[in-house]
Write a protein that binds this ligand. Structure first.
Ligand code: ADP
Ligand code: F6P
Length: 466
């Protein structure tokens, strides 16, 4: 057993909840890291008072452990080469597309895999050094799937949980992976492996039985050495209160009103908020909106689309291609239907603070969430949390994990079906206020009673009980 640390609760994630940002003059500041993992896990971290082990987002960056925003952070350094091979390569050009239905073809490179193993080893050692004896260590997401096994070897005293924030692929797709056995064995080092959807947990169980020596006995997968692993779905959520409070703030409400004016006070504001990622179906959304304008079903005076696209993984080729495609589409639509000072699509390639984001949610009549595949999609839950006024409509892809929970109140769509998406956009824009109120009530009943604190209690109780 390696030396022990002092934290009785440790979160291990590829990124710290804050990213180091270096200005032109060399000064650095910390900014909230992108993505749903941080939205979900930061409040858990604050509530359980532990340490968060992760990367700062910059190469060769290894500050001493520090605290920010009520969280104790421990940095794991990555070299520029490791960022290219482990993060941009194996994590985001092999695993990400493979786990998201091969929307983009995954690439399999042995040197990427070698870097993935080496970096996972480093994260496991860092977690082992921070964790107190018998601590709970909660490992996050696809970048760190080998850490459970590596950590268990170093520290058999620990309770090890793992949560996958993204989908887990069907068996035929996962079977493509040249290192499928190693990944499965990595995950099987945990006591509990959590997924967003029940189907993902079943996929994992079937794959573990096919490609490893584990066998399903009752509820648990049992390894040859007797170690038992529970695989179950725990649909993740958000801190509803945080969004609700911002939505109640008169300044945020005023900002929402100003946004409406700024986009030309149309009858309908449609809104998309996504990392600029090919899984999010931004192109499908733009195509449907553009066709509605082309056919005259809506006019640019009547309806505008605000698309916030957070810069993401900008050095990965597929993301560069996507950006070009999206910006071409936006340019075409605005060229054809916009007027001076009145574009039909307001495209914002930028990150925003939480109050601006909530102001956008409040300004939107129709929230358009159309991923081709998404583990959960927390933006959908944020929209619902902001709408205490019971107004607005949520269009939600069947292929987002959130559709399992929000299917009753949302307008569910298959984003591949452009005609269906167009019909749904029109229906959501023309919804009667009574129906929209009924739907929003259903959505809010679910989201407010299933927030992140309930998720954390459920998954951590299940982990402790293993
Ligand atoms: P993913 O984890 O794939 O990025 P989610 O929808 O689950 O997708 O989570 C995205 C999170 O990032 C949400 O909390 C959302 O509010 C936040 N977010 C998305 N775009 C922006 C942006 N431009 N500025 C600030 N936060 C953003
Ligand atoms: O699960 C969503 C997720 O991939 C997280 O793991 C990740 O932190 C976030 O989105 C943002 O992606 P990245 O860290 O690659 O910028």
């Amino acid at each position: 057993m390696s030396t022990t640390g002092t934290s009785s609760f440790v979160v291990v994630a590829n990124r710290l909840p804050v990213d180091r940002v270096t200005a032109a003059d060399g000064t650095t500041t910390w900014r909230r890291s992108p993505g749903g993992l941080v939205t979900a896990m930061a409040p858990v971290m604050r509530a359980y008072d532990g340490a968060w082990v992760g990367w700062t987002g910059s190469p060769d960056d290894a500050p001493e452990p520090f605290s920010t925003d009520d969280m104790d952070l421990v940095a794991v350094p990555l070299s520029a080469e490791e960022i290219a091979l482990y993060y941009e390569g194996f994590s985001n050009a092999t695993l990400w597309p493979l786990y998201h239905d091969v929307i983009v073809q995954p690439e399999y490179h042995r040197e990427w895999w070698d870097a993935y193993r080496a970096v996972n080893q480093r994260f496991a050692r860092a977690a082992a050094e921070v964790a107190a004896e018998n601590a709970v260590v909660f490992i996050q997401d696809y970048q760190l799937q080998l850490v459970p096994q590596l950590l268990r070897e170093l520290r058999p005293d620990l309770k090890i949980g793992f949560f996958l924030h993204i989908p887990f692929p069907p068996t035929e797709l996962f079977a493509q992976l040249p290192w499928r056995r190693q990944i499965l064995e990595g995950l099987l080092g945990a006591d509990l492996v959590g997924f967003q959807r029940a189907g993902a947990a079943s996929n994992f169980e079937a794959l573990a039985e096919t490609f490893t020596t584990a066998s399903l006995q009752g509820e648990a997968l049992v390894l040859e050495d007797g170690h038992e692993v529970l695989a179950r779905a725990f649909p993740i959520s958000i801190q509803v209160e945080e969004v609700a409070k911002l939505a109640e703030d008169p300044e945020v409400q005023q900002r929402a009103a100003t946004i409406r004016e700024e986009v030309g006070a149309p009858v309908h504001i449609l809104l998309g908020v996504d990392r600029l990622d090919y899984t999010k179906g931004i192109g499908h959304r733009l195509k449907a909106f553009g066709e509605l304008l082309a056919e005259g079903a809506i006019t640019p005076e009547e309806a505008v689309l605000v698309q916030v696209a957070t810069p993401s993984r900008e050095r990965v080729e597929a993301y560069q291609t996507l950006r070009d495609e999206v910006e071409l589409q936006v340019g075409r639509i605005n060229g054809d239907y916009g007027r001076i000072g009145h574009p039909a699509v307001h495209y914002l390639h930028s990150s925003y603070d939480r109050s601006e984001l909530v102001a956008l949610l409040l300004a939107a009549d129709v929230m358009v969430v159309t991923p081709l595949r998404d583990g959960m999609n927390l933006v959908a839950k944020e929209y619902v949390s902001a709408r205490a006024d019971l107004r607005g409509a949520l269009i939600l892809s069947e292929f987002a994990g959130a559709a399992d929970e929000l299917g009753d109140g949302a307008f569910l769509v298959n984003p591949h079906d452009i005609d269906g998406l167009k019909r749904t956009m029109l229906a959501a824009m023309r919804i009667h206020p009574d129906e929209s109120e009924q739907r929003m009530k259903l959505l809010r009943d679910h989201v407010t009673s299933h927030d992140i604190s309930r998720w954390a209690t459920e998954i951590l109780t299940a982990l402790r009980a293993t």
